[in-house]
Ligand binder design. Structure first.
Ligand code: 2PG
Ligand code: MG
Length: 385
């Protein structure tokens, strides 16, 4: 594909913060942004600066012919640092997304295996809410189509909203469209366990534990307890068993490969232990995790890596080693639906992209892709529960 023109503009995200949108031949890609960001993620620069870089320095891409990898290499080379410290990971991913969308605008995505939507139904932590755990997640593993799966998650949301409205106080919605209320982590788990059983969904958690780890302790304000890493290992093991969790993301802080590995040894046969801040979609950090057997699953957030090609290297390594990839949105999002196409393109069996609010642009894109496919089917997902 020849890049005839490339430009950028500053647009709003779901938190009302400014972000960068790039256009390649009139087709856009927009950078999302995190709240519970990992220390080792690609750096983010102010949106104005990102727009200026695309409209000046990155103009050297115009007039040349590119496939995805070549375009991404150009972007990476122009930056020249390990973690996009010069041009910003947000600048890089906006252009990389736009290139992908421009290429695939003319080429249909022919993959037919669809990811299960992992839906954030109740929340807290850095995204707003009373619980220390950041995300209480529904995984509709029995669904036979994307319609059934998305329906299960919205039904989950509606039932939960009704129960919370009847039984609790201060019901609200947080940054990711997850429900919030004045209840603690256990009460939330009790309520969602009942709904999940009724709907045939499985449940999981994004603990996002780096957010409440300080001075060597996990500080659960909502539960009024402070745990050492050893206590946290016991707590995670017991919680996963008690609530039959099939998914547990970032149960330990982002540098603790060792305890994550211990947990995977203990419960990894029954539960996906998923690294988000632990790996930050980085091939080298994932390689370390694979060598140690630290987890059996990982989050793929293209903006953590900076370009689609870098994220693709990480997901390729994961698949080779039977680590289950979960392609994921960020808490600060826009109507950009590139990750839905990427999840399909990469054959990821799970996508974490919310349940309601503006995240429906990603979910509706999955529906559109489902309806465009000749013989669409849901991914094979081996879970022992
Ligand atoms: C996470 C994400 C997305 P954030 O921790 O998995 O749900 O949150 O984008 O704030 O890092
Ligand atoms: Mg996470």
């Amino acid at each position: 594909m020849i890049i005839h023109n490339l430009h950028a503009e500053k647009v709003l995200d779901s938190r009302g913060n400014w972000t960068v949108r790039a256009y390649v031949n009139g087709i856009s890609g927009t950078a999302p942004s995190g709240a519970s960001t990992g220390t080792y993620e690609a750096k983010v620069i102010p949106a104005d600066k990102a727009v200026a870089i695309i409209n000046t320095k990155l103009q050297r891409l115009v007039g040349e012919s590119f496939n995805q990898i070549d375009a991404d290499i150009q972007i990476e080379t122009l930056d020249g640092t390990e973690n996009f410290e010069k041009i910003g990971g947000n600048t890089a991913i906006a252009v990389s997304f736009a290139v992908f969308n421009a290429i695939h605008n003319s080429k249909k995505i022919t993959k037919e295996v669809f990811p299960y939507p992992l839906g954030n139904v109740f929340g807290g932590g850095a995204h707003g809410g009373t619980t220390t755990f950041q995300e209480f997640l529904s995984l509709p593993t029995q669904s036979k189509s994307i319609y059934e799966a998305l329906n299960a998650n919205v039904e989950f949301h509606h039932r939960l909203r009704d129960i919370l409205n009847r039984k609790t106080k201060n019901v609200g919605i947080n940054d990711e469209g997850a429900l919030t209320a004045d209840i603690d982590d256990f009460k939330a788990l009790d309520i969602i366990t009942d709904i999940a059983e009724d709907l045939g969904c499985r449940i999981g958690l994004d603990v996002a534990s780096s957010e409440f780890f300080s001075k060597e302790k996990y500080r659960y304000k909502s539960l009024q307890k402070t745990l050492t890493p050893e206590d946290q290992l016991d707590f995670m093991t017991e919680t996963a068993k008690k609530y039959k969790l099939v998914y547990l993301e970032d149960p330990f802080e982002e540098n603790d490969f060792k305890n994550t590995q211990e947990l995977t040894k203990k419960i990894g046969n029954n539960c996906l232990i998923c690294g988000d801040d632990l790996f930050v979609t980085n091939e080298k950090r994932l390689q370390k995790g694979i060598t140690l057997g630290a987890t059996n699953s990982l989050i793929i957030k293209p903006n953590q890596a900076g370009t689609i090609s870098l994220a693709q290297d990480t997901i390729t390594l994961a698949k080779k080693n039977d680590f289950i990839p979960v392609v994921s949105h960020r808490s600060g999002e826009t109507e950009d639906s590139t990750i839905s196409r990427l999840a399909l393109f990469w054959g990821a069996p799970i996508i974490k992209a919310g349940v309601i609010d503006m995240r429906i642009s990603k979910l509706n894109e999955l529906i559109h892709l489902w309806n465009s496919a000749e013989t669409p089917k849901m991914a094979k997902l081996k879970l022992n529960r």
